[in-house]
Design a binder for this molecule. Structure first.
Ligand code: AMP
Length: 222
């Protein structure tokens, strides 16, 4: 049975950090729509060119573009036994598309979905974004104060260059938060009504959050 874990939470709630850890611990591919989009921008693909303007402003990329990109990624062989979604779904249209995909013949009805909401206050989000550093090569996330790299400016994992994402600048973060509250936060209710939602206090340390998260995932995940 394939297990699909969905991480919900505001930008900077810790989805990327937790997804990376969980992906390693449980051998589940980490599928981040933000990473996929940034990779398209970096490679100058037509999708990247279309997405960039939205991302720079802190707005969502149109559903149709994201859905096509995601379908291609989760259709790859490594996702057959399950995967970890980070940054998707972000709108009700996307959530319904995921529902349909899970119900459809492409996946069979045995797939299991677990949605975990990482709850963090707006003040913490703004503080976290200001110190966040991302690896240009492998997308691993560090934080100037809470999780600094061993060597300044270099990724611990691959020695890639660390940078501040342009959409982590304070005015853009405020816009991303506004869009999140309006379009994505209601998805918690959507999944709660389906009995699929678990909530974790994301203000805790990354280790404490991971302990809770890991405990929610069935052992035979994959
Ligand atoms: P993230 O790395 O998840 O914070 O995503 C960075 C940016 O990519 C977002 O602010 C959006 O502009 C875009 N993005 C990522 N995932 C999605 C999605 N599921 N739907 C629409 N836009 C997305």
């Amino acid at each position: 049975m394939a297990l699909i874990v969905v991480l919900l939470g505001a930008p900077g709630a810790g989805k990327g950090t937790q997804a990376q850890r969980l992906s390693q611990a449980r051998s589940l591919p980490h599928v981040s729509t933000g990473d996929l989009l940034r990779d398209n921008v970096k490679r100058g693909t037509p999708l990247g060119a279309q997405a960039k303007g939205f991302m720079d402003k802190g707005e969502y990329v149109p559903d149709a573009l994201v859905l096509d990109m995601l379908a291609a990624r989760v259709g790859e062989p490594d996702c057959r036994d399950g995967y970890l979604l980070d940054g998707f779904p972000r709108t009700e249209v996307q959530a319904r598309a995921l529902d349909q995909r899970l119900a459809g013949p492409a996946r069979g009805s045995a797939d299991r979905v677990l949605v975990v909401n990482l709850e963090v206050s707006d003040e913490s989000i703004i503080r976290r974004a200001a110190g966040r550093l991302t690896c240009k090569q492998c997308a691993r996330v560090f934080h100037l104060e809470n999780a600094p790299p061993k060597q300044a400016g270099k990724c611990d994992a691959c020695e890639g260059e660390l940078y501040q994402r342009s959409d982590d600048a304070a005015p853009v973060v405020r816009e991303r938060l506004r869009v999140y509250r309006e379009k994505t936060a209601p998805l918690a209710r959507f999944y709660e009504q389906r009995g699929l939602l678990a909530t974790i206090d994301g203000e805790q340390s990354p280790d404490a959050v991971f302990f809770r998260l890991d405990g929610l995932i069935p052992r035979k995940a994959g």
